[in-house]
Design a binder for this molecule. Structure first.
Ligand code: EPS
Length: 400
Protein backbone atom coordinates (compact mmCIF):
# COMPACT_ATOMS: atom_id res chain seq x y z
CA UNK A 1 0.00 0.00 0.00
CA UNK A 2 1.34 3.38 -1.05
CA UNK A 3 0.17 6.51 0.77
CA UNK A 4 1.24 10.00 1.70
CA UNK A 5 0.13 12.71 4.08
CA UNK A 6 1.14 16.37 4.07
CA UNK A 7 1.26 18.94 6.87
CA UNK A 8 2.12 22.62 6.98
CA UNK A 9 0.67 26.11 6.76
CA UNK A 10 1.50 28.49 3.91
CA UNK A 11 3.46 30.88 6.17
CA UNK A 12 4.36 28.37 8.86
CA UNK A 13 7.82 27.02 9.40
CA UNK A 14 7.74 24.25 6.82
CA UNK A 15 5.76 21.80 4.73
CA UNK A 16 6.16 18.16 5.67
CA UNK A 17 5.28 15.00 3.79
CA UNK A 18 5.42 11.39 4.92
CA UNK A 19 5.43 8.76 2.18
CA UNK A 20 4.89 5.14 2.99
CA UNK A 21 5.12 2.07 0.77
CA UNK A 22 7.97 2.89 -1.59
CA UNK A 23 9.93 -0.37 -2.08
CA UNK A 24 13.53 -0.69 -0.94
CA UNK A 25 16.40 -0.17 -3.34
CA UNK A 26 15.17 2.87 -5.27
CA UNK A 27 18.03 5.33 -5.81
CA UNK A 28 16.84 8.76 -4.69
CA UNK A 29 18.47 12.08 -3.82
CA UNK A 30 17.18 15.49 -2.77
CA UNK A 31 18.36 16.78 -6.18
CA UNK A 32 15.95 14.37 -7.92
CA UNK A 33 13.05 15.95 -6.03
CA UNK A 34 14.36 19.51 -6.49
CA UNK A 35 13.82 19.40 -10.26
CA UNK A 36 10.04 19.12 -9.94
CA UNK A 37 9.87 21.57 -7.02
CA UNK A 38 11.62 24.17 -9.19
CA UNK A 39 9.23 23.54 -12.09
CA UNK A 40 6.25 24.06 -9.77
CA UNK A 41 7.55 27.47 -8.73
CA UNK A 42 7.50 28.78 -12.29
CA UNK A 43 4.77 30.20 -14.44
CA UNK A 44 3.88 33.53 -15.95
CA UNK A 45 1.49 35.34 -13.61
CA UNK A 46 2.85 34.07 -10.28
CA UNK A 47 3.01 36.49 -7.36
CA UNK A 48 5.96 37.77 -5.33
CA UNK A 49 6.05 34.80 -2.98
CA UNK A 50 7.86 32.70 -5.55
CA UNK A 51 10.73 35.22 -5.55
CA UNK A 52 11.12 34.57 -1.81
CA UNK A 53 10.98 30.78 -1.83
CA UNK A 54 13.52 28.36 -3.27
CA UNK A 55 11.77 25.09 -2.55
CA UNK A 56 13.98 22.17 -1.69
CA UNK A 57 13.01 18.98 0.12
CA UNK A 58 15.28 17.87 2.91
CA UNK A 59 15.19 14.09 3.33
CA UNK A 60 14.72 13.27 7.01
CA UNK A 61 14.21 9.51 6.87
CA UNK A 62 13.69 6.45 4.73
CA UNK A 63 16.83 6.81 2.60
CA UNK A 64 20.36 5.68 3.37
CA UNK A 65 23.41 6.00 1.16
CA UNK A 66 21.24 7.22 -1.70
CA UNK A 67 18.72 4.33 -1.70
CA UNK A 68 15.28 3.87 -0.21
CA UNK A 69 15.04 1.43 2.70
CA UNK A 70 11.37 0.49 2.40
CA UNK A 71 10.68 2.52 5.54
CA UNK A 72 8.59 5.72 5.61
CA UNK A 73 10.22 8.61 3.78
CA UNK A 74 9.86 11.94 5.59
CA UNK A 75 10.55 15.14 3.65
CA UNK A 76 10.58 18.74 4.83
CA UNK A 77 10.39 21.88 2.70
CA UNK A 78 11.28 25.04 4.62
CA UNK A 79 9.16 28.14 4.03
CA UNK A 80 11.73 30.91 3.62
CA UNK A 81 8.95 33.45 4.15
CA UNK A 82 8.47 32.09 7.70
CA UNK A 83 11.06 34.57 9.00
CA UNK A 84 8.62 37.41 8.09
CA UNK A 85 5.74 35.69 9.88
CA UNK A 86 7.28 34.72 13.22
CA UNK A 87 4.81 36.88 15.12
CA UNK A 88 1.70 36.27 13.01
CA UNK A 89 2.16 32.51 12.73
CA UNK A 90 3.72 31.82 16.13
CA UNK A 91 2.91 28.35 17.43
CA UNK A 92 2.65 29.67 20.98
CA UNK A 93 0.88 32.85 22.09
CA UNK A 94 2.94 35.55 20.31
CA UNK A 95 5.14 37.74 22.47
CA UNK A 96 6.16 41.32 21.66
CA UNK A 97 9.77 40.43 21.03
CA UNK A 98 8.88 38.22 18.02
CA UNK A 99 9.83 39.79 14.68
CA UNK A 100 7.49 40.07 11.70
CA UNK A 101 4.49 42.20 10.82
CA UNK A 102 1.53 42.44 13.24
CA UNK A 103 -1.25 41.39 10.91
CA UNK A 104 -4.89 42.19 11.58
CA UNK A 105 -7.38 39.34 11.62
CA UNK A 106 -8.91 38.29 8.28
CA UNK A 107 -12.67 38.74 8.66
CA UNK A 108 -13.92 39.44 5.12
CA UNK A 109 -14.08 36.05 3.33
CA UNK A 110 -13.02 35.89 -0.32
CA UNK A 111 -15.72 34.48 -2.61
CA UNK A 112 -14.38 31.26 -4.10
CA UNK A 113 -11.98 30.54 -1.22
CA UNK A 114 -12.39 28.22 1.77
CA UNK A 115 -12.46 31.30 4.07
CA UNK A 116 -16.20 31.37 4.81
CA UNK A 117 -17.07 27.69 4.94
CA UNK A 118 -13.85 26.78 6.76
CA UNK A 119 -14.25 29.59 9.27
CA UNK A 120 -17.76 28.48 10.17
CA UNK A 121 -16.89 24.79 10.22
CA UNK A 122 -13.84 25.20 12.50
CA UNK A 123 -15.28 28.15 14.46
CA UNK A 124 -12.38 30.56 13.83
CA UNK A 125 -12.63 34.34 14.30
CA UNK A 126 -9.51 34.96 12.20
CA UNK A 127 -10.00 33.38 8.79
CA UNK A 128 -6.22 33.14 8.49
CA UNK A 129 -6.62 29.96 10.53
CA UNK A 130 -8.32 28.51 7.44
CA UNK A 131 -6.56 30.17 4.53
CA UNK A 132 -3.10 29.17 5.71
CA UNK A 133 -3.85 25.50 5.17
CA UNK A 134 -6.28 25.98 2.27
CA UNK A 135 -3.45 27.73 0.38
CA UNK A 136 -2.03 26.05 -2.69
CA UNK A 137 1.36 26.32 -1.04
CA UNK A 138 0.52 22.77 0.14
CA UNK A 139 1.02 21.55 -3.41
CA UNK A 140 4.81 21.88 -2.96
CA UNK A 141 4.57 18.90 -0.59
CA UNK A 142 2.50 16.96 -3.13
CA UNK A 143 5.03 17.66 -5.85
CA UNK A 144 7.77 16.27 -3.59
CA UNK A 145 5.72 13.09 -3.07
CA UNK A 146 4.97 12.95 -6.80
CA UNK A 147 8.67 13.25 -7.62
CA UNK A 148 9.34 10.10 -5.59
CA UNK A 149 6.48 8.31 -7.40
CA UNK A 150 7.83 9.54 -10.73
CA UNK A 151 11.20 8.00 -9.91
CA UNK A 152 9.62 4.67 -9.14
CA UNK A 153 7.62 4.78 -12.39
CA UNK A 154 10.82 5.63 -14.26
CA UNK A 155 12.16 2.23 -13.24
CA UNK A 156 9.24 0.65 -15.12
CA UNK A 157 9.83 2.91 -18.13
CA UNK A 158 6.69 4.99 -17.43
CA UNK A 159 7.09 8.75 -17.93
CA UNK A 160 4.73 11.60 -17.06
CA UNK A 161 4.54 15.10 -18.53
CA UNK A 162 1.99 17.87 -19.00
CA UNK A 163 1.10 20.84 -21.14
CA UNK A 164 -1.12 23.86 -20.64
CA UNK A 165 -4.09 23.83 -23.02
CA UNK A 166 -5.99 27.01 -22.09
CA UNK A 167 -5.49 30.18 -20.11
CA UNK A 168 -8.36 32.65 -19.95
CA UNK A 169 -9.78 31.44 -23.27
CA UNK A 170 -6.46 31.41 -25.17
CA UNK A 171 -6.61 27.72 -26.04
CA UNK A 172 -4.96 24.96 -28.06
CA UNK A 173 -7.42 23.84 -30.77
CA UNK A 174 -6.94 20.07 -30.36
CA UNK A 175 -5.12 19.06 -27.16
CA UNK A 176 -5.34 15.34 -28.03
CA UNK A 177 -3.21 16.03 -31.13
CA UNK A 178 -0.31 17.08 -28.88
CA UNK A 179 2.03 14.11 -28.53
CA UNK A 180 3.89 13.02 -25.42
CA UNK A 181 7.15 13.83 -27.25
CA UNK A 182 5.98 17.40 -27.99
CA UNK A 183 4.81 18.04 -24.44
CA UNK A 184 7.89 16.56 -22.82
CA UNK A 185 10.31 18.42 -25.07
CA UNK A 186 9.34 21.82 -23.63
CA UNK A 187 12.12 23.48 -21.63
CA UNK A 188 11.79 22.83 -17.90
CA UNK A 189 11.80 26.60 -17.29
CA UNK A 190 9.06 27.32 -19.85
CA UNK A 191 6.80 29.96 -18.27
CA UNK A 192 3.56 28.87 -19.98
CA UNK A 193 4.13 25.15 -20.69
CA UNK A 194 2.08 25.55 -23.90
CA UNK A 195 3.36 23.78 -27.03
CA UNK A 196 2.00 26.41 -29.46
CA UNK A 197 3.99 29.69 -29.33
CA UNK A 198 1.11 31.72 -30.83
CA UNK A 199 -1.30 30.44 -28.18
CA UNK A 200 1.34 31.01 -25.50
CA UNK A 201 1.60 34.66 -26.60
CA UNK A 202 -2.20 34.99 -26.36
CA UNK A 203 -2.05 33.42 -22.88
CA UNK A 204 0.45 36.08 -21.80
CA UNK A 205 -1.89 38.78 -23.10
CA UNK A 206 -4.78 37.24 -21.14
CA UNK A 207 -2.74 37.18 -17.92
CA UNK A 208 -1.50 40.75 -18.44
CA UNK A 209 -5.05 41.96 -19.08
CA UNK A 210 -6.35 40.25 -15.94
CA UNK A 211 -3.53 41.72 -13.86
CA UNK A 212 -4.16 45.21 -15.20
CA UNK A 213 -7.84 44.85 -14.29
CA UNK A 214 -7.10 43.63 -10.76
CA UNK A 215 -8.57 40.29 -11.79
CA UNK A 216 -7.37 36.67 -12.16
CA UNK A 217 -7.57 33.98 -14.88
CA UNK A 218 -7.87 30.21 -14.85
CA UNK A 219 -7.48 27.65 -17.60
CA UNK A 220 -6.77 24.02 -18.18
CA UNK A 221 -3.93 21.56 -18.60
CA UNK A 222 -3.46 18.00 -19.74
CA UNK A 223 -1.24 15.39 -18.08
CA UNK A 224 0.12 12.65 -20.34
CA UNK A 225 1.65 9.41 -19.06
CA UNK A 226 3.66 7.45 -21.62
CA UNK A 227 4.61 3.77 -21.87
CA UNK A 228 1.97 2.75 -19.34
CA UNK A 229 1.31 -1.00 -19.41
CA UNK A 230 -2.22 -2.29 -20.01
CA UNK A 231 -3.99 -3.56 -16.90
CA UNK A 232 -3.48 -0.88 -14.23
CA UNK A 233 -6.71 -0.37 -12.28
CA UNK A 234 -9.63 -2.77 -12.48
CA UNK A 235 -13.13 -2.94 -13.98
CA UNK A 236 -14.30 -5.15 -11.09
CA UNK A 237 -15.15 -2.63 -8.38
CA UNK A 238 -16.05 1.08 -8.30
CA UNK A 239 -13.15 2.19 -6.18
CA UNK A 240 -10.58 0.26 -8.18
CA UNK A 241 -11.41 1.94 -11.50
CA UNK A 242 -8.33 3.97 -12.36
CA UNK A 243 -10.18 6.76 -14.17
CA UNK A 244 -12.17 7.42 -10.98
CA UNK A 245 -9.02 7.41 -8.89
CA UNK A 246 -7.24 9.79 -11.26
CA UNK A 247 -10.24 12.12 -11.25
CA UNK A 248 -10.27 12.23 -7.45
CA UNK A 249 -6.54 12.91 -7.28
CA UNK A 250 -6.69 15.74 -9.81
CA UNK A 251 -9.93 17.20 -8.45
CA UNK A 252 -8.29 17.47 -5.04
CA UNK A 253 -5.78 20.00 -6.37
CA UNK A 254 -6.62 23.55 -5.31
CA UNK A 255 -9.02 25.40 -7.64
CA UNK A 256 -9.66 22.42 -9.95
CA UNK A 257 -13.33 22.36 -10.96
CA UNK A 258 -13.48 19.72 -13.68
CA UNK A 259 -11.50 16.67 -14.77
CA UNK A 260 -11.75 14.80 -18.08
CA UNK A 261 -10.21 11.63 -19.46
CA UNK A 262 -9.25 11.61 -23.16
CA UNK A 263 -11.97 13.49 -25.06
CA UNK A 264 -13.58 14.38 -21.72
CA UNK A 265 -16.78 16.39 -22.05
CA UNK A 266 -16.56 16.34 -25.88
CA UNK A 267 -17.38 12.60 -25.78
CA UNK A 268 -20.98 13.42 -24.90
CA UNK A 269 -21.78 15.22 -28.15
CA UNK A 270 -20.27 12.80 -30.69
CA UNK A 271 -21.57 9.48 -32.07
CA UNK A 272 -19.85 6.32 -30.85
CA UNK A 273 -17.99 5.91 -34.13
CA UNK A 274 -16.23 9.22 -33.40
CA UNK A 275 -15.50 8.44 -29.78
CA UNK A 276 -14.17 4.87 -29.61
CA UNK A 277 -10.70 3.94 -30.77
CA UNK A 278 -10.54 1.12 -33.33
CA UNK A 279 -8.23 -1.84 -32.70
CA UNK A 280 -6.09 -2.97 -35.63
CA UNK A 281 -3.38 -5.59 -36.07
CA UNK A 282 -0.02 -3.95 -36.72
CA UNK A 283 3.62 -4.96 -36.62
CA UNK A 284 4.51 -1.72 -34.88
CA UNK A 285 2.17 -1.23 -31.91
CA UNK A 286 0.89 2.26 -31.10
CA UNK A 287 1.19 1.60 -27.37
CA UNK A 288 2.24 -1.14 -24.99
CA UNK A 289 0.32 -4.09 -26.49
CA UNK A 290 2.47 -6.03 -28.96
CA UNK A 291 0.92 -6.56 -32.39
CA UNK A 292 -1.97 -4.13 -31.86
CA UNK A 293 -2.43 -0.51 -32.78
CA UNK A 294 -5.04 2.13 -31.94
CA UNK A 295 -5.15 4.80 -34.68
CA UNK A 296 -6.73 7.23 -32.18
CA UNK A 297 -6.61 7.65 -28.40
CA UNK A 298 -9.83 9.46 -27.58
CA UNK A 299 -10.31 7.20 -24.56
CA UNK A 300 -7.20 8.71 -23.00
CA UNK A 301 -5.67 5.30 -22.41
CA UNK A 302 -8.47 4.06 -20.15
CA UNK A 303 -11.27 1.64 -20.97
CA UNK A 304 -13.44 0.13 -18.23
CA UNK A 305 -11.34 1.89 -15.62
CA UNK A 306 -8.26 -0.05 -16.76
CA UNK A 307 -5.24 1.23 -18.68
CA UNK A 308 -5.22 -0.08 -22.26
CA UNK A 309 -1.56 0.41 -23.16
CA UNK A 310 -2.02 3.79 -24.84
CA UNK A 311 -0.91 7.07 -23.28
CA UNK A 312 -2.98 8.01 -20.25
CA UNK A 313 -4.35 11.50 -20.95
CA UNK A 314 -6.16 13.45 -18.25
CA UNK A 315 -7.26 17.08 -18.39
CA UNK A 316 -8.14 19.38 -15.51
CA UNK A 317 -9.81 22.78 -15.49
CA UNK A 318 -8.64 25.35 -12.95
CA UNK A 319 -10.87 28.22 -11.90
CA UNK A 320 -9.32 31.70 -11.58
CA UNK A 321 -7.61 32.26 -8.21
CA UNK A 322 -10.03 33.74 -5.72
CA UNK A 323 -7.89 36.58 -4.34
CA UNK A 324 -8.73 39.58 -6.51
CA UNK A 325 -6.82 42.86 -6.26
CA UNK A 326 -10.13 44.49 -7.21
CA UNK A 327 -12.11 42.53 -4.64
CA UNK A 328 -15.63 41.18 -5.02
CA UNK A 329 -18.38 42.01 -2.53
CA UNK A 330 -18.28 40.24 0.79
CA UNK A 331 -19.38 40.75 4.38
CA UNK A 332 -17.23 41.56 7.41
CA UNK A 333 -18.12 38.70 9.74
CA UNK A 334 -17.34 40.75 12.87
CA UNK A 335 -19.84 43.54 12.03
CA UNK A 336 -22.03 41.71 9.47
CA UNK A 337 -21.78 44.83 7.27
CA UNK A 338 -21.12 44.69 3.52
CA UNK A 339 -17.41 45.07 2.80
CA UNK A 340 -15.01 44.23 -0.04
CA UNK A 341 -13.33 40.82 0.27
CA UNK A 342 -9.89 40.55 1.85
CA UNK A 343 -6.84 41.01 -0.35
CA UNK A 344 -3.94 38.62 0.28
CA UNK A 345 -0.73 38.48 -1.71
CA UNK A 346 -1.45 35.87 -4.40
CA UNK A 347 -1.00 34.90 -8.04
CA UNK A 348 -2.85 36.25 -11.10
CA UNK A 349 -2.58 32.87 -12.81
CA UNK A 350 -1.16 29.57 -11.57
CA UNK A 351 -2.21 27.19 -14.36
CA UNK A 352 1.36 26.28 -15.49
CA UNK A 353 2.25 25.46 -11.86
CA UNK A 354 -0.97 23.47 -11.45
CA UNK A 355 0.05 21.37 -14.47
CA UNK A 356 3.21 20.33 -12.61
CA UNK A 357 1.09 19.49 -9.56
CA UNK A 358 -1.19 17.49 -11.89
CA UNK A 359 1.81 15.48 -13.08
CA UNK A 360 2.66 14.72 -9.46
CA UNK A 361 -0.85 13.49 -8.67
CA UNK A 362 -1.07 11.36 -11.84
CA UNK A 363 2.39 9.91 -11.14
CA UNK A 364 1.25 9.11 -7.62
CA UNK A 365 -1.93 7.28 -8.71
CA UNK A 366 -0.05 5.33 -11.41
CA UNK A 367 2.67 4.34 -8.93
CA UNK A 368 -0.02 3.19 -6.49
CA UNK A 369 -1.71 1.12 -9.22
CA UNK A 370 1.61 -0.31 -10.44
CA UNK A 371 2.55 -1.39 -6.92
CA UNK A 372 -0.89 -2.96 -6.43
CA UNK A 373 -0.50 -4.93 -9.63
CA UNK A 374 3.17 -5.91 -9.46
CA UNK A 375 3.87 -5.55 -5.73
CA UNK A 376 7.20 -6.29 -4.16
CA UNK A 377 9.13 -4.98 -1.19
CA UNK A 378 12.12 -4.22 -3.38
CA UNK A 379 12.54 -2.53 -6.72
CA UNK A 380 14.04 -5.83 -7.94
CA UNK A 381 10.86 -7.74 -7.04
CA UNK A 382 8.79 -5.09 -8.80
CA UNK A 383 10.92 -5.38 -11.94
CA UNK A 384 10.71 -9.16 -12.00
CA UNK A 385 6.91 -9.16 -11.68
CA UNK A 386 6.61 -6.51 -14.38
CA UNK A 387 8.86 -8.43 -16.78
CA UNK A 388 6.87 -11.62 -16.16
CA UNK A 389 3.61 -9.82 -16.90
CA UNK A 390 4.95 -8.36 -20.16
CA UNK A 391 6.07 -11.84 -21.19
CA UNK A 392 2.66 -13.30 -20.37
CA UNK A 393 0.89 -10.72 -22.53
CA UNK A 394 3.33 -11.28 -25.41
CA UNK A 395 2.67 -15.04 -25.23
CA UNK A 396 -1.10 -14.52 -25.09
CA UNK A 397 -0.91 -12.52 -28.30
CA UNK A 398 1.51 -15.02 -29.91
CA UNK A 399 4.28 -12.44 -29.95
CA UNK A 400 6.81 -14.48 -28.00
C1 EPS B 1 1.78 29.41 -3.32
C2 EPS B 1 0.52 29.48 -3.87
C3 EPS B 1 -0.39 30.59 -3.60
C4 EPS B 1 0.49 31.72 -3.22
C5 EPS B 1 1.27 31.35 -1.95
C6 EPS B 1 2.30 30.38 -2.38
O1 EPS B 1 -1.27 30.22 -2.58
P1 EPS B 1 -2.75 30.70 -2.34
O2 EPS B 1 -3.62 29.53 -2.69
O3 EPS B 1 -2.77 30.99 -0.85
O4 EPS B 1 -3.00 31.92 -3.17
O5 EPS B 1 0.39 32.88 -3.67
O6 EPS B 1 1.94 32.42 -1.44
C7 EPS B 1 1.41 33.23 -0.55
C8 EPS B 1 0.32 32.91 0.13
C9 EPS B 1 2.17 34.46 -0.34
O7 EPS B 1 2.53 34.76 0.76
O8 EPS B 1 2.45 35.09 -1.34
C10 EPS B 1 2.65 28.35 -3.72
O9 EPS B 1 2.32 27.72 -4.74
O10 EPS B 1 3.69 28.09 -3.11
Amino acid sequence: MLRFLTAGESHGQALVVIIEGIPAGLPLTADDIAVDLARRQLGYGRGRRMAIEKDRAEILSGIRHGETLGSPIALQIQNRDWSNWLHSMAVGVPTDDLPGARRVAVTRPRPGHADLSGGLKYDRDDLRDILERASARETAARVAAGAVARHLLGHLGIRVTSHVTDIGGAAIADPLAVTFAQASSMASDDELRCVDPAVAAAMIRAIDAAKAAGDTVGGSFEVIAHDVPPGLGSHTQWDRKLDGRLAQALMSIHAIKSVGIGLGTAAGSRPGSHVHDEIVAAEIPSGQIPGLSRPTNRAGGLEGGVTNGEDVRVTAVMKPISTLMKPLRSVDLTTMADAPATIERSDVCAVPAAAVVGEAMVAWVLAEAALEKFGGDTVGDLHAAYAHYQQRIAQRLHRA
